[in-house]
Design a protein around this ligand. Structure first.
Ligand SMILES: Nc1nc2c(c(=O)[nH]1)N[C@H]1C(S)=C(S)[C@@H](COP(=O)(O)OP(=O)(O)OC[C@H]3O[C@@H](n4cnc5c(N)ncnc54)[C@H](O)[C@@H]3O)O[C@H]1N2
Ligand code: MOO
Length: 390
């Protein structure tokens, strides 16, 4: 058995960042920017008013001074002329500042009669002008790689870049295995249960930039498993669920090996998740998850999400950990790194009593996986403990 760190490194060795594609801005949210975006223009492209009011030369802006209104500058329709001493231009937010002006007096500080304005005795500070290029100038970039946020897309749009080069979405084939499984909504036989794992994993994959494709459930025989593997041959990542352990009906490893899977490792010093396997099958990376529902989700957080990030060109790093204060003492841990369902509230971590890897209800209450290192000694309440937010 290998450690979690060695298993993750072995998975990273199997994974290469995927190629790129161009997508329109409107479809780019959450995608991974693969090439930096570079501005070729100024924003704003001219000095612009930040308020509705009157543009004038700031040195003349004395309390109660009077000015002639000689024109108007609105957003999309600037004022072409020159503004001289004693003159001003009616101006609106976003409009170009006319030549000869450098300050906007907000209209609340102005009394207007016909074409004459009088400034108030006490003036708002101003100048309420956004200099040309205040937001960005040619050559400014949105660096890559990054997960495109709503703000990034608005910025790229302002830079007049209509399409972005992003990393192709990893296609993940999810292959549930087991004679006991039926799909949600079907009528299970007396010895059957509902296939749940692929739904949690699909959500996890898609929240992390992948495209998950659920294959039909494979039965516990070689022919059915082979057929399912064949359906997965175009995937970047094949994720099997179940059939990974040592029982007579656990055939995933054998069938994959018969189909040419080059195994990288099998069995990891962790709890839950011990029977994890990984390797290369044709052009795809294969990760074989244990079938116990919580084991498959824990391995999803610990291995699948970092593998997706590596495929997306976001680097090779373990899922980021945080730390919190133990709310209650814990006993010594065994020889496997233990990922324990827990809740973190106000920086206090409470580990649930029940840690059976079949209990999804406990997972659904958890917002963290507390991490007990292998052979970690007993710890008192108040000690710090690492966890993965989930
Ligand atoms: N003698 C030993 N037995 C077991 C060992 C061991 O080391 N020696 N390891 C145990 C551990 S740890 C795990 S984890 C399980 C993993 O076994 P498999 O990967 O072979 O999983 P299955 O036997 O197929 O299923 C286990 C459990 O999970 C249910 N399951 C499977 N797939 C799904 C699904 N898609 N949705 C919902 N539930 C699923 C399945 O019905 C079983 O109850 O092996 C231990 N045994
Ligand atoms: O490792 Mo199993 O995944 O403990 O339940």
């Amino acid at each position: 058995m290998i450690t979690v760190t060695d298993a993750l490194d072995a998975i990273f060795k199997l994974v290469e960042p995927l190629g790129t594609e161009d997508v329109p801005l409107a479809d780019a949210a959450g995608r991974i920017l693969a090439q930096p975006v570079t501005a070729t223009r100024l924003q704003p492209p001219f000095a612009a008013s930040a308020m509705d009011g009157y543009a004038l030369n700031g040195v003349e802006a004395d309390p109660e001074a009077m000015f002639h209104v000689i024109g108007e500058s609105a957003a999309g329709h600037g004022f072409d002329g020159q503004v001289g001493p004693g003159e001003c231009v009616r101006i609106f937010t976003g409009a170009p500042m006319p030549d000869g002006t450098d300050r906007v007096i907000i209209q609340e500080d102005v009394e207007r009669k016909g074409d004459l304005i009088t400034l108030a005795r006490a003036l708002d500070k101003g100048p309420h002008v956004r200099p040309a290029g205040a937001d960005f100038t040619p050559g400014d970039t949105i660096p890559a790689p990054r997960i495109l946020s709503p703000a990034d897309l608005a910025l790229a749009a302002a830079m007049n870049v209509p399409a972005l080069t992003v990393t192709r979405k990893p296609v993940v084939a999810l292959l549930a295995t087991g004679d006991e499984l039926v799909m949600p909504g079907e009528m299970p036989g007396p010895d059957q249960i509902i296939a749940s794992n692929a739904f949690g994993l699909k959500a996890l994959i898609e929240a992390n930039g992948g495209h998950a494709r659920m294959l039909p459930i494979a039965r516990d025989n070689a022919a059915s498993l082979r057929m399912a593997f064949d359906l997965a041959s175009d995937a970047d990542l094949i994720v099997t669920i179940g059939g990974a352990s040592v029982g007579d009906h656990d055939l995933v490893g054998d069938v994959a090996a018969d189909m040419g899977m080059e195994q990288s490792f099998y069995k990891v010093l962790m709890r839950p998740g011990k029977p994890l396997m990984a390797g290369r099958l044709g052009d795809a990376v294969m990760i074989g998850l244990p079938g116990n529902p919580v084991s498959s989700m824990v391995c999803g957080h610990v291995f699948l999400v970092p593998a997706l990030r590596a495929l997306l060109g976001l680097g090779t790093a373990a899922a980021p950990r945080k730390s919190a204060t133990l709310a209650a003492p814990v006993t010594a841990n065994g020889p496997r790194e233990h990922y324990m369902r827990a809740r973190v509230d106000d920086d206090q971590i409470t580990i649930f009593d029940s840690q059976d890897s079949a209990l999804l209800s406990v997972l659904a209450q958890a917002n963290a996986l507390a991490i007990r290192p292998a052979s970690d000694p007993a710890r008192d309440a108040g000690a710090q403990l690492d966890y993965l937010p989930i």
